[in-house]
Write a protein that binds this ligand. Structure first.
Ligand SMILES: [Zn+2]
Length: 227
């Protein structure tokens, strides 16, 4: 191939390697017949044909999928009674451990009693259940920055506590599942050096036992183009 042609091919190949390979094979054959490469206009035709093909070709894309969160319908009325408070995945492994229910804490002397859902500091946090705000408190004694909100649902007989939220609601307010109730705190000052920002969600059942919130809030993959 001629030097100027080769240079432009190399640039294209670096940008779109698979496409350029396919386009070159197909177009070299036709362009060589239509306009011999020994003539400058032949080379120009070849290069512009390849560039045109690369510009207009649509590479095959995988079906776009999105993660949706489904809350359990515990009273059987056809509507979700639980919601993911941040819309994000549970916190995975980080410098401070794992975010799932029952994960080891304090070297194994206690268990994690909630589920940590990843959060961006300042993002809206939604009510994980419907009910009344029965308590707003501090997550840690002596620290007035990190708060929690407790919501109690006397009809379902579930309660939820959601930690590290700056509340937009007050004790006594009625809230609907999925309604914004506050903003997520940053945890970087409390846990420097590798803590994933998150909210910590504890769910208590009618016997006031803490249950695994991940059983009530389940991820499902669906086609992003679905209705
Ligand atoms: Zn936690």
């Amino acid at each position: 191939m001629f030097p100027d042609v080769r240079q432009r091919f190399q640039k294209l190949a670096a940008d779109r390697p698979l496409l350029i390979l396919a386009a070159s094979v197909a177009i070299c054959a036709t362009a060589a017949v239509a306009a011999p490469l020994s003539r400058p206009e032949g080379r120009a035709t070849l290069v512009s044909a390849v560039e045109q093909a690369v510009a207009t070709a649509t590479p095959p894309r995988p079906t776009p999928m999105r993660l949706v969160w489904e809350g359990a319908d515990v009273d059987g009325d056809g509507r979700a009674d639980f919601a993911n408070p941040t819309g994000q995945e549970p916190r995975g492994h980080d410098a401070y451990g794992e975010g799932e229910f029952g994960a080891s804490r304090d070297g194994g002397s206690r268990r994690h009693e909630g589920v940590d859902f990843r959060a961006d500091a300042g993002q809206a946090v939604e009510a994980p259940i419907s009910g009344y705000v029965t308590r707003i408190g501090y997550a840690y004694p002596g620290d007035q920055t990190l708060k929690f909100i407790e919501i109690t649902n006397p009809a379902l007989r579930y309660a939820a506590r959601i930690f590290y939220v700056n509340p937009d609601v007050a004790v006594g307010d009625a809230v609907a599942v999925g309604q914004p109730i506050g903003r997520a705190h940053s945890l970087q000052r409390k846990y420097p050096g590798g803590m994933t920002n998150h909210v910590h969600l504890e769910v208590m059942d009618r016997a006031e036992h803490r249950i695994d919130a991940a059983r009530m809030i389940v991820a499902r993959l669906e086609s992003a183009t679905a209705d």
